[in-house]
Design a protein around this ligand. Structure first.
Ligand code: SF4
Length: 379
């Protein structure tokens, strides 16, 4: 039997693995609690497991996290890790402490194939999907590092957002067991309200997620019309706004809260004008009549050199927010955290061996005016 990394399994997967070793499910529960709740990677130190099981595990299994290439701490307490995932690829994970919560932003892919115009990861291209073990290792490492640093056995990370590198719903089969491990009472015990998947709009997978593991959903909207969104989020050409917002309405009955969040990155002169706010209000009202309930999160753009885009001025962001608020939509402006260590939203880059020619593609996109990008261009 090849050595299995037990971080790859949710509890059902671990129970099936244990069954193949001739062990009952309660042994899998004990093992799962040692690994995820106590951060233990050495079978010999899992003292309430029978010695025979411990030695069996030593020959067929391991608990292997990701090598840390670097760790940076921001002046505001934000911490960013760069993890080596092999083959020249590295992914980033960010911890954001706040007074009432500790949020970990987790990556799901090395790079991203969606290629959003304003996103640093998108400009790097795509190398590969992360495994379940590589996704959960980010949480495992961060949680137990932070506990050791604080000298506590209590949970430090209260929220997880799948908003790091990658489009989580394009790595569905690895992401769902990772989500289940985060939610499991024998694992990290996080509430479904406190685990958020962020998607640029992979419509068919939104429906599957609502059945398989309905956690909180954040949808990267960024534009109020297909003409504009085609140029900012290339996936819009496959799943345009009408389909996306209908999928949002369909998700809501199973969502852990009675609303979804729309993310809207504020780009100077591109999507931040009064007419964009009016179009957005019209769009949301149309779908409100069909059952949509949402909150909006305006994200000040974090510029990076290749993007050719600028952040909207704070007064423009506030005026945009005021229009939405005036129309009755709950709207917040996201505070930028960790920008002194490039850990802010859209700045995660890691190191990715682009296997998709994304950089060439992004170069040609940059040469076209955003609102007039040809719908036939593939990404
Ligand atoms: S914003 Fe998200 S989906 Fe778009 S390129 Fe970046 S990581 Fe991918």
């Amino acid at each position: 039997m090849a050595t299995a990394n037990l971080l790859d399994f949710d509890l059902d997967g671990l129970a099936a693995f244990c069954e193949r070793l001739g062990e009952k499910r309660f042994r899998a529960v004990q093992l799962f609690r040692w690994i995820h709740q106590r951060g233990q990677a050495r079978f010999e130190d899992m003292t309430d497991l029978a010695k025979s099981l411990r030695s069996k595990l030593q020959s067929v299994a391991c608990v292997e996290s990701l090598p840390v290439l670097s760790m940076q701490a921001s002046a505001d307490g934000t911490i960013k890790w760069l993890f080596d995932v092999g083959g020249g690829d590295a992914v980033e994970t960010v911890f954001i402490p706040e007074a009432d919560r500790g949020t970990l932003c987790v990556s799901s892919q090395a790079g991203c194939a969606v290629g959003c115009r304003f996103c640093s990861t998108g400009h790097q291209g795509f190398s590969r999907n992360l495994t379940t073990g590589e996704i959960i290792a980010q949480l495992w490492h961060a949680e137990h590092f932070l506990r050791r640093r604080a000298g506590t056995d209590d949970r430090v990370i209260s929220n997880v957002v799948m908003m790091g590198m990658g489009e989580p719903l394009q790595n569905y089969t690895a992401v769902v067991p990772a989500l289940k491990t985060m939610l499991d009472d024998h694992g990290y015990g996080l509430s479904r309200r406190r685990v958020t998947v962020s998607t640029s709009g992979v419509v068919p997978m939104m429906e599957r997620l609502s059945n398989d593991c309905p956690v909180a959903l954040a949808v990267s909207l960024h534009a109020p019309s297909d003409a504009l969104r085609d140029g900012l989020v290339p996936l819009n050409r496959k799943y345009p706004l009408e389909e996306l917002l209908s999928a949002c309405v369909a998700y809501l009955p199973k969502a852990p809260r009675d609303f979804l969040t729309f993310e809207y990155c504020m780009l100077e002169g591109v999507n931040d004008q009064p007419e964009h706010a009016s179009q957005l209000i019209d769009l949301l009202r149309t779908h409100q009549r069909r059952g949509l309930n949402c909150k909006l999160n305006l994200i000040p753009f974090n510029p990076f050199p290749q993007s050719g885009l600028k952040c909207s001025a704070p007064a423009v962001v506030q005026a945009f927010a005021d229009r939405l608020l005036g129309a009755g939509f709950v709207t917040t402006v996201r505070k930028t955290r960790g920008d002194d260590i490039d850990a802010a939203c859209g700045q995660l880059a890691g190191d990715v061996q682009d296997r998709t020619r994304a950089q060439v593609r992004m170069q040609s996109l940059r040469e076209q005016p955003i609102a007039f990008v040809n719908r036939e261009v593939t990404h």
